[in-house]
Design a protein around this ligand. Structure first.
Ligand code: GAP
Length: 446
């Protein structure tokens, strides 16, 4: 994962901000937590929604060659036999005889236990299947056993003939899906980066064999640029091709889009050329033809698949890490004070605009509420805040990543019906008439 480079951010600061401000809480916090699970608070759920909306727009809505799907999490268990997950979705695992801790064998360095430091105290390597099991119906028998899906992809593959029959789509075309996936990771770690329950954004793009490498290149470009457009710093983003021995059992070629996290480079999204592996497997195990007939009926083939597969949680974490900054801002008396600011792209920021009356003075309230209603009616996600001093409210909005604050003061009410727009990043302030406010905000929020 890492080759020595590090993002300088102190993760403790971000984790603490996330909990304090309502981005991310430990799962089941009230009961002492459940390892590998996280709950997204009022701001976190908006951030995730904005990420998913941006992905859906770029991958589905703005194209005419991709359609969406929302398949069930529970699937016929044969699906996972066909996909190779029952036999092959395993991690190598060792137990430490000294502390009884369980670790991934490929994460051990110098034969030293990451838990207690004991050297050479490990059991033999065993394979551990990462799929969660449960039962359908009232009987907990092997026949009733099913899995929580470890990827959303298989729901797409098994629906390939349904979508083909139900739409007018012809190869090349893709099916996209966003949804939960579950993996019983041996060592969940690095905040939400490696969780046991997470969300994936996956596209399976079906194309004619022979055109697959060209489509692979196109999707690599598309997906890499998506992260850049949403503000991730270019020098913290890279494409890394898998070495032959690293390739998954289904992959002909894979690239990872990686971000430089505080613990080193880590995968945000894998973009694999899965060739015809999955459709062939399902054709064999389901006993139904999944061949595709070209329009003129002259050619029939099993389509190849290019799969951009990203994680919502990892992407959200990368955006948070990248956005976190500490600088200085003037307080009410003009003295420079340290501030924490999340420089989130406006499209991702949970709150776009904060409406702030200068004080709680009754003269300001009706006008401030009117401005707030105006923004809500215009569909601009806004927050009304009149608690504490204006300086502290700016700090709070900076810390949660709100790009713009609109301040209503006595001059607004008594003189000119103008408000002040304050920019989170430059901290510059401009006054605009309320009649022009929505247009001015829209211009700044792109
Ligand atoms: N269908 C292909 C597939 O699932 P993957 O590389 O195993 O490929 C795709 O997973 C993406 O899902 C990863 O790039 C990552 O963003 C996310 N992901 C995988 N395991 C995860 C975990 N334990 N916690 C959070 N996100 C995870």
């Amino acid at each position: 994962m890492s080759d020595g480079e590090r993002n300088p951010l102190d993760m403790e600061k971000l984790v603490s901000l996330c909990k304090r401000r309502g981005y991310i809480f430990p799962g089941s916090d009230l009961y002492g937590g459940l390892n590998g699970t996280w709950d997204y608070g009022p701001l976190g759920v908006e951030l995730k929604r904005n990420i998913k909306d941006a992905w859906w727009r770029a991958v589905v809505r703005e194209r005419d060659d991709v359609v969406g799907l929302d398949a069930a999490i529970l699937m016929n268990p044969q699906v996972w036999v066909a996909s190779g997950h029952v036999s092959g979705f395993t991690d190598p695992m060792v137990d430490c005889k000294a502390c009884q801790g369980r670790f991934r064998a490929d994460h051990i360095e110098d034969n030293r236990c990451p838990g207690c430091g004991a050297v050479g105290q490990f059991t033999e390597v065993r394979r551990f299947n990462l799929m969660f099991k449960t039962f359908v119906g009232p009987v907990e028998s092997e026949a009733a056993q099913v899995y929580l899906r470890p990827e959303t992809a298989q729901g797409i593959f098994v629906n390939f003939p349904n979508v083909l029959a139900a739409t007018r789509k012809r190869v090349p075309f893709g099916i996209a899906q966003i949804g939960k996936a579950f993996r019983n990771e041996i060592n969940p770690r690095n905040f939400t980066y490696r969780s046991r329950e997470f969300e994936q954004m996956e596209l399976e793009f079906f194309c004619k064999p022979g055109s697959d490498e060209e489509w692979h290149r196109r999707w690599l470009d598309e997906r890499f640029n998506w992260y850049l457009k949403l503000g991730l710093r270019k020098d913290r983003l890279r494409l890394r091709q898998h070495a032959k021995e690293e390739l998954a059992h289904y992959a002909k070629d894979t690239y990872d889009i990686e971000y430089l996290f505080p613990w080193g480079w880590g995968e945000l999204e894998g973009i694999a050329n899965r060739a015809d592996f999955d459709l062939k497997q399902h054709q064999q195990f389901a006993g139904k033809s999944l061949e595709y007939f070209d329009d003129d009926g002259k050619e029939r083939y099993i389509p190849y698949v290019i799969e951009p597969s990203g994680g919502v949680d990892r992407t959200a974490l990368a955006f948070l890490v990248d956005a976190y900054a500490e600088d200085a801002a003037p307080d009410a008396k003009g003295k420079e004070e340290p501030r924490v600011v999340l420089r989130l792209h406006p499209a991702l920021a949970p709150v776009k605009v904060a409406v702030l009356p200068l004080s709680r003075n009754e003269k300001l309230r009706p006008q401030a509420r009117e401005v707030f209603d105006l923004l809500r009616r215009a569909g601009i996600s806004s927050e009304y805040d009149d608690a504490q001093s204006i300086g502290r409210r700016y700090r709070r909005q900076d810390e949660i990543g709100t790009p713009l604050c609109v301040t209503i003061d006595f001059q607004t009410v008594e003189e000119d019906k103008q408000v002040t727009i304050r920019d989170r990043d430059s901290m510059q302030q401009v006054r605009v008439p309320i009649a022009e406010l929505v247009a001015a905000l829209r211009e700044k929020l792109v």
